[in-house]
Design a protein around this ligand. Structure first.
Ligand SMILES: Cc1ncc(COP(=O)(O)O)c(C=O)c1O
Length: 386
């Protein structure tokens, strides 16, 4: 039987992984700035997360939310320390897409309205609901018709937000578009979207699946903007590598939901909850967000001379969510980086994306940036007329 993979084959086997590195079967060491699309932000096999999972394996590994379990209660108590202050409800699902699905349902349920607003260039997941609000036609088109009632507005455009109106149930927004090319929201845009949503009574759903949990240099990227969402969706890093997502919301939103409005067999699984609890402890005890802010600044400073390279259009990002936009498709550069033992990934159609773990060192950053400089030169010379 063949494994049905929907992803490009990268041509290496990850045999062992620890912290910011992975090793292939031949023992070659790679600097991992791909981190499974940003998941391993706390490092591979973070010690605290592994210990929590091992302990939980000896206790209880399956129990639905109809039954109380210590792991879930501890995860909720831990999350209370980090979720936005005004949020009094939190729940667990299994992936970012599932979190987005719930957020969209919450918007319709809590407002009684139907219209959803999203932004061009966004990515919110591959399930039918999440895909319906993903602002990239090439992902959506083969699966249409999708959920009706979605309007897409240009990202970072102030004029367009008038389309958020009294009929809008929810507005979903990434503080930094990840998949779309590592594009941070402009402060005035994000604030205006939040204000407009509040004015017309639409829920502001902030998708922090990729940008959240410390990666951009604050626990939530929306904090950089002073915006508190009505509904927040987190995933990827929040399980320290374990598949889990978290959705939190304000009291007045959560209190409008009823038993049976949603459900998921594995949502709130004790292993996932143990991982989240440990991940939150690491986030706080290790000052992960601060470290990401510092190392992000270090790395972007190292990258900035490459902004002058003939193949580079722009270096941008926030914290350890970094994009180098090229004037050409990035596949060749990403392949070259891998041959130099540096793992990265694509964003949008022209951007090389770096999503390293928070513990990368200055030496790691030098390794990555040095490799990129060489790969850009190689790419340029491969394109020069002979
Ligand atoms: C911003 C954002 N939202 C949602 C998702 C979907 O998450 P998942 O792949 O865990 O379903 C992703 C995945 O890349 C993402 O980057």
């Amino acid at each position: 039987m063949k494994y049905l993979s929907f992803y490009e084959e990268r041509g290496i086997e990850i045999f062992v992984a620890k912290d910011q590195y992975v090793w292939d079967r031949a023992g070659e060491k790679y600097l991992d700035m791909h981190t499974g699309h940003g998941v391993a932000f706390l490092g591979h096999r973070n010690r605290k997360v592994v210990e929590a999972l091992k302990a939980q394996l000896e206790e209880v590994i399956s129990a639905t939310p109809s039954f109380k379990v210590r792991a879930r209660e501890e995860a909720v108590a831990a999350l209370e320390k980090v979720m936005p202050k005004g949020h009094s409800f939190v729940t667990f699902l299994n992936s970012g897409s599932e979190g987005v699905e719930l957020a969209l349902k919450v918007a319709r349920r809590a407002t009684g309205r139907k219209k959803l607003v999203s932004f061009l260039g966004s990515f919110h997941g591959r399930s039918m609901g999440a895909l319906s609000v993903t602002g990239n036609q090439s992902y959506r088109r083969p699966f249409e018709p999708l959920v009706p009632g979605v309007e897409f507005l240009p990202y970072n455009s102030l004029e367009s937000i008038k389309a958020i109106d009294q009929e809008t149930a929810g507005v979903i927004l990434e503080p930094v578009q990840g998949e779309g090319g590592v594009v941070p929201a402009k402060a005035e845009f994000f604030k205006a979207v939040a204000e407009r949503s509040r004015e017309v009574g639409a829920l502001l759903i902030v998708d922090e699946v990729q940008a959240g949990f410390g990666r951009t240099g604050s626990i939530w990227a929306s904090q950089h903007y002073g915006v508190e969402p009505d509904v927040l969706v987190a995933g990827k890093a929040i399980g320290g590598g374990f598949p889990v997502s978290v959705v939190s919301m304000r009291e007045e939103v959560g209190s409008r939901l009823e038993k049976g409005d949603h459900g998921s067999t594995y949502g709130g699984n004790p292993l996932a909850c143990a991982a989240v609890r440990a991940a939150v402890e690491v986030l706080l005890e290790e000052n992960v967000a601060e470290r990401a802010r510092y190392m992000g600044a270090v790395m972007r400073e190292m990258l900035s001379p490459l902004g002058e390279h003939r193949l580079v259009r722009e270096v941008r990002g926030m914290g350890l969510m970094i994009g180098v936009e090229l004037r050409v498709a990035p596949a060749g550069v990403i392949r070259c980086l891998q041959s130099r033992r540096v793992l990265s990934l694509k964003a949008g159609s022209t951007t090389v994306r770096f999503l390293p773990p928070y513990m990368i060192t200055r030496e790691d950053a030098e390794w990555g940036v040095g490799a990129l400089a060489k790969c850009l030169d190689e790419e340029l010379s491969s394109r020069a007329p002979r």
